[in-house]
Write a protein that binds this ligand. Structure first.
Ligand code: CMP
Length: 244
């Protein structure tokens, strides 16, 4: 059964949940149209006092969130976890107009990202292991850096246009066993949906190889590199929000 998604919601679905491995536990969903919901959720985190949150705008809340994620990503123990295969990066690509057999009530890229998380990731991953879930638009330049290894290939331009066409959702996934990269790749399914397991994200919903809905690092080394790029993207987004 598909999770229920409110039809008209402009929800930005975020979660930064950093467990005992990062000493910070921080979880919330916040709504662009509902600052109070964002505050209420943030106030459950030990980081924030309710009185301080009352004073902050949605944008200030988001800036704080970015700082927390960025600091976490730069920590030596986070770097060690990546090197040891305990952490990987996933990306949910813009998908509102793409998914084959998507539930009818998906009306935005945020809805489709949330659907993918709730339908495929949450049942397969322990909740404490979904450390960060953060939606942000990707510029063509950032997309080119992500896919630098494909530069010059005939599908490159389309790949860049597609992934920078709407917000993407970054996921930071933790698995104590050291098989984070492989586990996320299993949940995604093979790059070409025609070859993917029926139960996987791509096997169930991806329309084509070119628009295969999700991305994942393919090794510990690429996880380290792509998580480094995620830090840069967070910093650019922070600067952009601050300049508004
Ligand atoms: P992804 O896992 O995001 O990594 C690179 C993307 O390039 C891949 O998913 C596909 O969407 C795309 N891709 C890889 N190989 C091809 C190909 N031969 N033709 C078209 N697109 C490709």
């Amino acid at each position: 059964m598909s999770p229920e998604i409110p039809p008209q919601s402009t929800e930005i679905f975020r979660r930064s949940r950093i467990n005992e491995h990062g000493h910070t536990y921080y979880a919330y969903r916040h709504w662009l149209t509902d600052e109070e919901a964002g505050r209420e959720a943030l106030s459950r985190s030990p980081e924030f006092r309710r009185e301080d949150l009352e004073e902050m705008t949605v944008q200030e809340l988001e800036l704080v969130e970015i700082d927390i994620i960025r600091d976490f990503l730069k920590r030596p123990d986070t770097q060690e976890a990546i090197e040891q295969g305990r952490m990987t990066l996933g990306i949910i690509k813009p998908a509102v107009n793409e998914g084959v057999n998507f539930p009818k009530n998906i009306h935005s890229d945020h809805h489709s990202a949330r659907y993918i998380v709730e339908r495929f990731i949450e049942p397969a991953w322990i909740p404490e292991g979904i450390l960060v879930q953060f939606a942000v638009p990707l510029s063509p330049e950032q997309a080119q850096k992500l896919y630098v290894e494909h530069q010059g290939k005939k599908f490159f331009e389309d790949l860049i246009d597609y992934i920078s066409s709407g917000p993407v959702t970054f996921l930071l996934l933790y698995d104590e066993s050291g098989r984070a990269v492989e586990r996320w790749r299993h949940i995604m399914g093979a790059t070409d949906p025609k070859q993917a397991d029926f139960e996987s994200i791509r096997g169930t919903h991806a329309p084509s190889l070119e628009h295969n809905l999700v991305h994942g690092s393919d090794s510990r080394e690429s996880a380290a590199q792509e998580i480094g790029l995620f830090v840069e993207i967070l910093e650019d987004w922070h600067d952009f929000l601050q300049s508004k």
